[in-house]
Design a protein around this ligand. Structure first.
Ligand code: AKG
Length: 303
């Protein structure tokens, strides 16, 4: 496994003049080795690095963590579903999404589109478990679709600090697991994220945003196909214009600490239970014979 990581701004400040020339944080990523892929397990050092990145920077990208074949199957089906959503939108039907070209789109909830590499990705679960501890559960199975010609979203965070009047941030309670079935980069409208901003308290005013930009500027997610990005739900981010001719899908799951209020269970088709098996993650799911209505179903308020 290789790891690229610059020192976090907090560390740079603490070290002061000892390392005045350290570059700013630009990425936090781990590339899984073949051994780790075969073992379906991160080694202790990698796990610690990933958990530390998530705590300090608010995100980590694990490359080579998802099988390409299942991503291809998902992309084909999700592209067909996007066209169905866009056709409905063109006819005036209500379709979820914030700003032109951005859709809240659930992946299929039935066989053969439910894969262990996605719904219980062992590497992602290891990392979220390392940060959130025993008893974590998944509260969400949906996603963000960024269509060609989309516009920029306002900067936002998907959840505020739990104690918004405090001037210090609390430890992580909720982590978003994002998987795209394709290469993600700025041309294809990858998400803009603000490293370390999950620890910033206060309202997202223009003044606070500009002060933060001067200290730690935002970056665009660069995640080759097969990557998983895990981010703290408080991390500042936004959807950006997609200047390519390709629809960018991004599946989103939300892992929560055991004591968090539970949303209603997620509903999937019976026969796919095996995909959700995990010693560490409670899938918080129920299975039914009928194919669940997912595409036009309700969207809970997450991610
Ligand atoms: O699609 C993205 O890159 C981010 C979307 C997003 O943050 C949102 O729709 O709230």
């Amino acid at each position: 496994m290789s790891i690229r990581r610059a020192l976090a701004p907090t560390v740079r400040r603490r070290l002061g003049s000892v390392v005045p020339t350290q570059p700013k944080v630009t990425a936090m990523r781990l590339v899984l080795s073949t051994d780790q892929q075969l073992a379906r397990c991160l080694d202790a050092e990698s796990l610690q690095q990933a958990a530390t990145a998530l705590r300090d920077e608010g995100y980590v990208i694990l490359e080579k963590a998802v099988d390409a074949a299942c991503l291809d199957v998902l992309r084909e089906r999700m592209t067909a579903d996007t066209h169905e959503l866009l056709a409905a939108q063109a006819k005036g039907e209500q379709v979820s999404g914030w700003m032109r070209g951005h859709l809240q789109q659930k992946p299929p909830h039935h066989r053969p589109f439910l894969f262990a590499d996605i719904v219980a990705n062992p590497f992602a679960v290891q990392v979220t478990h390392a940060v959130l501890g025993d008893g974590l559960f998944n509260a969400f199975y949906s996603g963000n679709t960024n269509c060609p010609g989309s516009e920029q979203q306002p900067l936002h965070r998907d959840s505020r600090q739990l104690w918004p009047t405090w001037d210090t941030a609390h430890p992580a309670t909720t982590l978003v697991v994002n998987i795209s079935p394709m290469d993600c980069d700025a041309d294809r409208g990858s998400t803009e994220i603000w490293p370390g901003s999950h620890l910033v308290t206060g309202e997202l005013t223009d003044e606070l945003i500009e002060a933060r930009r001067a200290e730690v500027p935002p970056i665009r997610v660069e995640a080759p196909k097969g990557s998983v990005m895990i981010r703290d739900i408080r991390l500042w981010h936004r959807g950006m214009p997609n200047s390519s001719d390709q629809i960018r899908h991004m599946i989103a799951m939300v892992h929560q600490i055991h004591w968090f209020r539970r949303v209603p269970v997620l509903r999937f088709q019976r026969g796919a239970e095996d995909a959700f098996e995990s010693d560490l993650l409670d899938a918080h799911a129920e299975f039914f014979d009928a194919e669940p209505e997912y595409l036009f179903g309700p969207h809970p308020n997450h991610s």
